[in-house]
Every structure is written in structure tokens, then in C-alpha cells.
Design a protein around this ligand. Structure first.
Ligand SMILES: Cc1ncc(C[n+]2csc(CCOP(=O)(O)OP(=O)(O)O)c2C)c(N)n1
Ligand SMILES: [Mg+2]
Length: 357
């Protein structure tokens, strides 16, 4: 096989039928129910975030609708000691890793404490800079390698980010130094209003790894089992000292780019509809119904459980007293440089003056 023959994996078809025997670790219903639950939780979190924005109680928010399988698959196979270096649409992976939904609402509400989540403490905060976090992930992986730690950095970014120099630079050193990092491209077919076909002339995004000297492969990003399997293999490969991999997850952004975007202005609804037929959640529900007798009562109980959990998280977020505006200075440096310290003092004084009178 030449390097440019990119391998593609789908295990569970859109109709919920396995296309191949499921790997042993996914052949039990408990694991599949767990994956399903986390995808439903992520979608419930997402719908609430959009609603909170709509009622003016959350900042601009990037929806993950349709992309739940990517984040849940990644989170399922990462070990606690690995480090997630996420972009701004990876809430499902963050939730699956243990970041609390109220913490994520704080982040999207513009509160710095949302990036200082209680755990996993070494995971990175969201990178709003497209692709800017890829060199950080390579740096984390270099630290693991130098310390002889069997840990892996997992860097997730979009199709658009693969056109950025930062991403090429990170992949280059990762390949050269055989770093324990897995790059995951969430190819949701759009980079804001730029379609994939206008983004790059490369036949696949996975093949971008080849120039950096390591393997890239594609996976059905709407198939949580396939994502978990392929990412799990890449993690094992990197953890045992065999270097990086790139995985292109083929999926689709069913929502607007963010809550302040209107995708109808640049893409036709006829493109979106067929992707609903590939819904990552529906196919697992069909599979569970056919093979594990998943009932309407179980479905309703799960939706109720997730709904309650997310309502409580939203209440906790809304009940959190806001930070003072000086908080914007407090998470940038270990020791604030003198000029910024002076600006911080000014902000504190101005806020106090306004409060006094
Ligand atoms: C360096 C940089 N350039 C531009 C932007 C504005 N911007 C935000 S998201 C986005 C598109 C990103 O597309 P993609 O990487 O495919 O991720 P997706 O939004 O589809 O998840 C752009 C251009 C930014 N945040 N950072
Ligand atoms: Mg994209």
C-alpha cells in the first residue's frame, strides 16, 4: 500500500447495522450504552447552550450538533493521564473527559473560571485561534517524550485548520521527533462559510500527514465505534513510542457555524438534509433497539436524566456571581508584567468608582 492510499473505517452503518464484526471491546451492550449516553448528554448540553444564547444568557457559542461521535469516541479511549488540546467545538470530548457542563457554560459565558476547570487539570483550555493549539500539542508531546512518560497529547482541530501553517509546523516536528501526539481533524465540511472543496486541493485531509512522515487515515466521524477504535489504535501506537498519527473524521456541521452565524446565507438546505440521515446518535439507537431491546421507556429515562443534569448545570452557571473585569488579567501570566499590573489596578479603581457612585 502506498502512503497515499488512505484507509477508511466505518463499522456501524447509518441504519444501525454493523458493516463488519464489531471489535471485541465494543461487542458488549454496556459499552455501547455508555457511548450512546455520552452522545445524548453532549447533544442536550448543546441544545441548552443554543437556548441560553438565544435568551441573552450565554456569549457566542459554537454548536457541535452532528459531531457528537467524534468527541465521545476520542474521550472514550483517552486515558486520564493523556492531555486533550481542543479547538472550540470539542465540548463532547471535554464532557467525556470530566469537565463539568457548568464549567463549559462559564467559558462560553465569558468567565475565565470556565477555562480553569476542576479536572482533568492538565487538559488545555479551548483554543479559539484556528490551529494555533497544534504547536502546543507537539510541545506537550515533546515533554512526555523527554520525561519518558507513557502519555499522549491529543490535538483536535477542524478541516479549515489543516490549511494553517501552525498545523503543518506541529505535524512536521511531531513526525521528525516521533512525538506521542495524535492529530484529529474534525472534517465537518465547512470552515465557517468556506466549503471543504475551496479549502484545499488535497484529495483527503488525512494524506497531509504523509509529507510529515507519518500515517494518516480516515474514519466515519458519525460512527462513534469506528472513531473510538481508530483513535484507540493511534493512542496505543503513540504511547508505545511509535510516533504520531493523523485521523480525519468525516462528519458534518448540522448547525450554523456559531450562534451569531446564519448558514442559510451560504449553504443550501439540500446539502444538510442527507447528513441528518447519517445522524451519529440515531444509528446507535437503532443498533441498541435491534440488538439489546432498547425500549422507548429506556430512551425516555435517558433523555430525562440528561435533561435534569443539564438543567442543573445551567442553573449553577446562572447562579455563579460574575467576576470583576480585572479577571481578564488574572490567567495570562504566572507573574503579571508591570505594565499589565498597572492596567489591572486602573480597572479595579474604575470599577470601584463606578460602584461608589
Ligand atoms: C487564526 C484564526 N483565523 C480566523 C479565525 C476566525 N474563524 C473562527 S472559526 C473559523 C473557521 C474554522 O473552520 P474549521 O477549522 O473547519 O473548524 P470548524 O469551525 O468547522 O469547527 C474561522 C475562520 C480564528 N478564530 N482564528
Ligand atoms: Mg470545519
Amino acid at each position: 500500500m502506498s502512503n497515499l492510499d488512505i484507509h477508511h473505517t466505518t463499522l456501524l452503518g447509518p441504519d444501525g447495522h454493523p458493516l463488519a464484526p464489531l471489535p471485541a471491546e465494543f461487542a458488549n451492550h454496556e459499552t455501547i450504552r455508555d457511548l450512546y449516553r455520552h452522545m445524548v448528554l453532549a447533544r442536550t448540553f448543546d441544545a441548552k447552550a443554543v437556548a441560553l444564547h438565544g435568551s441573552g444568557r450565554l456569549g457566542t457559542y459554537a454548536s457541535l450538533l452532528g459531531q457528537e461521535a467524534v468527541g465521545v469516541g476520542i474521550g472514550h479511549v483517552m486515558r486520564p493521564e493523556d492531555v486533550l488540546v481542543p479547538s472550540f467545538r470539542e465540548h463532547a470530548a471535554q464532557l467525556r473527559r470530566g469537565v463539568r457542563p457548568e464549567e463549559l457554560y462559564l467559558y462560553w459565558g465569558g468567565d475565565e473560571r470556565g477555562s480553569a476547570f476542576a479536572g482533568p487539570t492538565q487538559d488545555f483550555p479551548v483554543s479559539a485561534t484556528v490551529g494555533g493549539h497544534a504547536p502546543h500539542a507537539a510541545g506537550v508531546a515533546l515533554a512526555f517524550k523527554l520525561r519518558g512518560e507513557a502519555r499522549v497529547a491529543v490535538c483536535v482541530f477542524g478541516d479549515g485548520a489543516t490549511s494553517k501553517g501552525d498545523v503543518y509546523e506541529a505535524m512536521n516536528v511531531a513526525g521528525l521527533w516521533q512525538l506521542p501526539v495524535v492529530f484529529i481533524v474534525t472534517n465537518n465540511q465547512w470552515a465557517l462559510s468556506t466549503p471543504r472543496r475551496e479549502q484545499t486541493a488535497a484529495t483527503t485531509l488525512a494524506q497531509k500527514a504523509v509529507a510529515a512522515g507519518f500515517e494518516g487515515e480516515q474514519v466515519d466521524g458519525n460512527d462513534v465505534i469506528a472513531v473510538a477504535k481508530v483513535v484507540g489504535e493511534a493512542l496505543a501506537h503513540a504511547r508505545s513510542g511509535n510516533g504520531p498519527r493523523l485521523i480525519e473524521c468525516l462528519t458534518y456541521r448540522l448547525a450554523d457555524h456559531t450562534t451569531v452565524d446564519d448558514a442559510a446565507r451560504y449553504r443550501d438546505e439540500s446539502e444538510v438534509t442527507p447528513w441528518w440521515e447519517k445522524d451519529p446518535i440515531a444509528r446507535v439507537r437503532l443498533y441498541l433497539s435491534a440488538t439489546a431491546g432498547w425500549s422507548d421507556q429506556q430512551e425516555k429515562a435517558l433523555l430525562d436524566e440528561c435533561g435534569t443534569l443539564i438543567e442543573r448545570a445551567a442553573e449553577a452557571y446562572l447562579a455563579t456571581p460574575p467576576q470583576g473585569p480585572e479577571a481578564m488579567f488574572d490567567h495570562l501570566y504566572g507573574k503579571l508584567p508591570a505594565d499589565l499590573a498597572a492596567q489591572r489596578d486602573e480597572v479595579v479603581a474604575a470599577t470601584k468608582n463606578r460602584a461608589d457612585g
